[in-house]
Design a protein around this ligand. Structure first.
Ligand code: SAM
Length: 335
């Protein structure tokens, strides 16, 4: 490995080739587990990366070994210059993907195709219209559902992300798995994670073990098949025998995948987070704006990455995040 690639290696020997860029702190949904009811204070526009700055920072990461970039937010598609950003990033030798709530994604099908985006993660926490409206505080279920079907028809690889919250949507696990019966999609159940202002508590979380017990009890013996996970996969993948699609569990709380973590996050206001749970951030945007090289700031930030979940290595610490760490709301980190 050359010296440049080493910039993205941390003190635990992990190499980082995957950058998630949040394009905006704004969203057209108001998911209860993602942001407080009162909303979040938004950064002034002048503190947000312009499309040129997104490109300049991304280019530096690609130079040092990043091969995958995922665009997220907030809702990345509400950013007016999204097509321009995509076009600029598509000129880099990198695999581009996007995480979206899909409310308006039908307007971007051509743009996504033109710039080679194939993998799209869509958040959908309920297959029930009323529950969807309750959790997102917006009445957009039909748009999202139809857009998922359209994305599949258009040939995109679609993963559906569902955050499970006990007493709310854990009764839909089987419905979600049956959603994969005739559709070539992967439904991924995400363990509910604590972030600033989201009223997390461990009793609301549905764990990997609980999900699998429920699945194994609900389907005939030997019909639940464990699939091979890909390298650096954050999810444990399964399918039901004979189903077109598959399902997976992202167990960031009970079974973190930090050992193989290859991810870094850039917030919409240009801060590098070396972990979703990290309490520290490194200001790439100000460095870039003062005309200095951001390489050393990146190197220092990556090297300092803690071994497990931004230092919250035990469930006990995770249960009281405010005592151990200071973090943002998920909406301003970029999930
Ligand atoms: N607007 C886009 C979307 O809805 O997919 C991208 C941003 S959203 C913050 C990215 C992902 O973070 C979504 O899949 C969402 O479910 C997940 N997420 C947000 N808060 C979470 C939490 N507390 N625990 C687990 N996942 C969370």
């Amino acid at each position: 490995m050359n010296n440049e690639a080493k910039i993205l290696q941390d003190s635990h020997g992990r190499n980082h080739n995957y950058l998630r860029i949040s394009l905006t702190e704004r969203c057209n949904l108001r998911c209860t587990y993602c942001m407080p009811a009162a909303g979040v204070p938004l950064s002034p526009k002048s503190h947000l990366m312009t499309y040129e700055e997104v490109y300049d920072i991304a280019k530096t990461f690609v130079k040092h070994g990043v091969t995958k970039i995922r665009l997220t937010g907030g809702e990345p598609l509400v950013r007016k210059d999204f097509p321009v950003i995509l076009e600029k990033l598509a000129s880099l030798p990198v695999e581009l993907s996007i995480t979206s709530n899909a409310v308006i994604i039908d307007r971007f099908i051509d743009v996504l195709k033109t710039h080679g985006v194939k993998n799209i993660n869509v958040s959908l926490d309920s297959l029930n219209r009323e529950k969807f409206t309750h959790i997102t505080r917006r009445n957009q279920f039909d748009k999202v559902y139809n857009n998922i079907l359209q994305l599949i028809n258009e040939g995109f690889n679609v993963k559906v992300n569902a955050v499970l919250v006990k007493g709310f949507n854990n009764d839909e696990i089987i419905d979600f798995i049956n959603f994969t019966k005739d559709l070539p999609i992967s439904v991924r159940f995400i363990e509910f994670m604590p972030f600033d202002g989201n009223k997390w508590d461990v009793s609301k979380m549905v764990s990997y073990a609980e999900i699998m017990k429920y699945v194994n009890d609900s389907f005939p013996k030997n019909s639940v098949i464990r699939l091979q996970d890909t390298p650096n996969d954050t999810s444990k993948n399964y399918k039901i025998k004979g189903y077109k699609g598959s399902f997976a569990i992202i167990s960031s709380v009970t079974n973190p995948f930090c050992d193989s973590c290859n991810r870094l996050r850039l917030t919409a206001n240009g801060q590098l987070k070396n972990c979703l749970f990290s309490s520290t951030e490194s200001d790439l945007l100000t460095t870039l704006r003062t005309g200095k090289s951001i390489d050393q700031v990146i190197k220092k930030a990556v090297f300092a990455k803690l071994k497990v979940r931004g230092g919250m290595d035990t469930l006990n610490k995770l249960q009281k995040p405010h005592l151990h760490s200071k973090n943002r709301s998920m909406i301003t980190i970029g999930g």
